[in-house]
Design a protein around this ligand. Structure first.
Ligand code: SF4
Ligand code: SF4
Length: 380
């Protein structure tokens, strides 16, 4: 395996024609990005039943499946664990996914987002056994699960099912490596101990790493003005021996070009760079009030349709860069154009969905207080 083969195209944040409609994938731009990605010798696409409200899979069919020979690319898809209501649903979802993609087998198939409540669902409906049969009958070449919980739960899952699985997809990046809420290092080491490959998701922590404060940007610039902030994060993950794929969710041609450069001329992180990003991680943590990765799962789950990650981003910015005093304006605008944060009914539905274990209703309450009391309205 070469470093080049580790670069996976994450299809959860594809370019859109309408920023307010996650199903409006910009097919033309995505096709162009796929062509450049493939021309550069990369070939791995990661999607799920849920991404872009099902439109990620159809976009891959149009951009990849209908335009390239089947043996020139690999596709990973994922069972929507939270949507299972019966054993028969396993079959129903897999047939639908194969049809949306226009393929006859998956290169990799994962049980999506195993955490405490959804492990129970997957076990109630025999999903791990079902996935094992998919591998036996050739519907999937490699099987595993994606994971967003603590190392103790991962150990439990690996003890039960690790002997017939190939892959665990983990959230792993230099901010989460030693973070007690994510335990990325422990999770990685557990997978290695059980002999499973690690596929990395969120190497940029949903964009948090590449959108730091001006102070952190200056530090990167001083350290080496010729390397992008994203390149360090990708190299951190791909330098780990048992990491076989590092997904990158790319929404623009610039993202793609930068990442192609990183992998075409791949360099292991050296010790000086490692020390540097460790110091950056500490600074990030001091600045990041709410560790949201902008995955969007909570928004789809919220009955009030509150744009939760947008409020969290605004709050984080207001804490890390308080010198810009337009935040109250944006807070009011978000409430007017979408849904006010104060509409939260404390139903708690979002809590099972949060990949970062954030107490969303409590944070929303805090944010309302912060913007209403802590900031002067822009117009006054
Ligand atoms: S607790 Fe609030 S934010 Fe969470 S799902 Fe319920 S209404 Fe939405
Ligand atoms: S609050 Fe949690 S579920 Fe919602 S976008 Fe952020 S990390 Fe994802």
């Amino acid at each position: 395996m070469t470093y080049k083969s580790k670069f996976g195209f994450g299809c959860m944040r594809l370019p859109l024609t309408d920023e307010n409609d996650s199903s409006s994938v910009n097919q033309e731009l995505f096709n162009q990005m796929v062509d450049i990605y493939m021309e550069n010798g990369f070939n791995y696409f990661d999607t799920s039943y849920a991404y872009h409200n099902g439109k990620s899979e159809t976009a891959i069919r149009k951009a990849v499946v209908e335009r390239y020979p089947r043996d020139s690319y690999q596709i990973c898809d994922k069972m929507p664990t939270w949507a299972l209501t019966s054993k028969e649903d396993n079959d129903k979802f897999v047939s639908e996914m194969l049809e949306r993609l226009g393929i006859e087998y998956f290169d990799v198939f994962l049980v999506h987002n195993i955490n405490t409540p959804w492990l129970k669902l997957a076990e109630s409906y025999n999903t791990f056994e079902y996935v094992r049969k998919m591998k036996e009958n050739g519907t999937a070449k490699k099987i595993g699960f994606s994971f967003h919980d603590h190392a103790s739960l991962l150990e439990e899952v690996l003890e039960k099912y690790g002997d017939f699985l190939d892959v665990v997809q983990l959230e792993l990046n230099y901010l989460d490596w030693d973070d007690p809420a994510i335990e990325a290092r422990e999770c990685y080491e557990l997978c290695v101990r059980h002999g499973l490959d690690v596929y990395v998701m969120e190497p940029l922590k949903g964009g948090v790493i590449v959108n730091p404060s001006d102070e952190i940007k200056d530090e990167f610039n001083k350290f080496n003005p010729n390397k992008s902030i994203a390149s360090y994060a990708l190299r951190f993950c791909a330098s780990l021996e048992h990491v076989k794929i590092v997904l990158s969710g790319m929404s623009s041609m610039d993202d793609l070009t930068d990442n192609c450069n990183t992998y075409r001329n791949f360099e292991h992180l050296n010790s000086e760079e490692r020390d540097f990003i460790q110091s950056i991680a500490l600074k990030h943590k001091q600045n990041l009030a709410i560790p949201c990765s902008d995955c969007g799962y909570c928004v789809d789950a919220c009955p009030e349709m509150i744009p939760i990650p947008e409020y969290f981003t605004l709050y984080n910015l207001s804490k890390s860069q308080p010198e810009y005093n337009n935040y109250r304006l944006y807070f009011d605008k978000l409430a007017d154009e979408k849904v006010p944060a104060g509409e939260c009914s404390y139903c708690g539905t979002c809590l099972d969905f949060c990949t970062q274990h954030i107490d969303i209703p409590d944070e929303l309450k805090k944010i309302c207080k912060h913007f209403k009391e802590g900031f002067t309205p822009y117009s006054s």
